[in-house]
Design a protein around this ligand. Structure first.
Ligand code: SAM
Length: 344
């Protein structure tokens, strides 16, 4: 404590009310978040607050630096510093623990990974060229690169599974599949959504389709699932499984530009008989434009892929060109909506 008299300035109001400040410093917060996630600091706070020195001793990190990083993240509401200088987790910070079923840790590792950071760094060039920063930085398209990089593939699949888990349940409960239906989840990842759908009605059966490396890690072999699902690995630009009453594309079309979307929808249309239904599960951006959380995902698509988020009208146009009639848009209690279409 200083013996000097007087009060230092406390610019908290200025700090809290400056969007420019927040956006400008965004990468610092993101890097600090990655540092505590990589070193699994939150796992050591499960039983209560600890000082940075105590945490550093347990995690083989540098105490004074850890103190400064935790102080920053406390400003962002992830940690709380008490009067003896110990740090605890806030409700939001609990998501950083790896031992809880709803842990956000894999999603944090994915979004702060160099794959995403380097792609974001490329936005200045993307603004000139229209090309994704990922392709420029890594010399391959995102999914081609992942197919050859098992560690990064695991980071991505685990992050996606974490993000999708809660959403899968909410999407599954937002659509009533008629009893006995066969549901094909095209590029369904590890099968979280299909599992949520099949769990709701024991008469439903399903097919999980994705790239072979991804379906190899599927999560469908739980209780009550025996004999109710098939697993198929393949390339949706070539073909997708036939015979579905329902085809689901969740968070797929937003990964691709219009030309590629038409190729994917073409594969689905060739596999589906007339009358089969297609559920496109993606953000549906408001028309006319208005603030929507999907615009953040839209920029992720811009920097890593050639994809984009779309409006209902844009989905309707693409579906019509591929032989589907869009019939309605259903809200879900989560970010994506369901665009329901029928094969004509
Ligand atoms: C954004 S993830 C969405 C996964 C899942 N539907 C979900 O919502 O969690 C995109 C998926 O597309 C798959 N994918 C990418 N290219 C593919 C291709 N050519 N054929 C089949 N699946 C592909 C990836 O393996 C990945 O699982």
């Amino acid at each position: 404590m200083s013996s000097a008299t007087g009060e230092p300035s406390r610019p908290t109001d200025l700090f809290a009310s400056s969007p420019l400040h927040d956006v400008m410093y965004g990468h610092i917060h993101s890097a600090a978040l990655r540092a505590v996630a990589v070193h699994r600091i939150a796992d050591h706070l499960a039983e209560g607050p600890r000082t940075a020195e105590e945490l550093a001793a347990r995690t083989a990190t540098h105490g004074p630096s850890l103190h400064r990083i935790l102080r920053l993240l406390a400003v962002r509401g992830l940690f709380r510093e008490d009067e003896r200088g110990a740090f605890g987790l806030t409700q939001e910070g609990q998501g950083l623990r790896t031992d809880l079923p709803d842990s956000r840790h894999p999603a944090v590792l994915m979004f702060t990974d160099p794959m995403f950071r380097r792609s974001a760094d490329g936005l200045t060039d993307t603004l000139r060229t229209g090309r994704p920063g990922f392709t420029e930085a890594y010399g391959a398209s995102f999914f081609e690169y992942l197919a050859k990089s098992p560690e990064d593939r695991a980071t991505f699949d685990a992050g996606m599974a974490t993000l999708s888990g809660p959403v899968d349940e909410l999407v599954a409960q937002s659509y009533d599949f008629p009893p006995g239906s066969r549901v094909v989840d095209v590029a369904g990842g590890r099968g979280g959504l299909l599992r949520a759908i099949l769990t709701r009605d024991p008469t439903l059966t399903g097919v999980l389709f994705d790239q072979p490396v991804t379906v190899a890690e599927h999560v469908l072999n739980g209780p009550g699932m025996s004999g109710r699902y098939e697993i198929e690995g393949g390339d949706f630009f070539v073909t997708v499984p036939a015979g579905g009453d329902f085809y689901v594309l969740k968070h797929i079309l937003h990964d691709w530009n219009d030309e590629d979307v038409l190729r994917i929808l073409g594969s689905v249309r060739r596999a589906a008989t007339a009358g089969a239904r297609l559920l496109v599960v993606d953000s549906v951006l408001p028309e006319p434009s208005a603030p929507h959380p999907g615009v953040e995902v839209d920029i992720v698509m811009l920097m890593i892929l050639r994809g984009r988020e779309r409006t209902a009208g844009e989905f309707e146009g693409l579906l019509a060109r591929a032989g589907f009639r869009a019939e309605r848009v259903l809200a879900t209690p989560s970010l994506p909506s369901i665009v329901e279409a029928v094969a004509v």
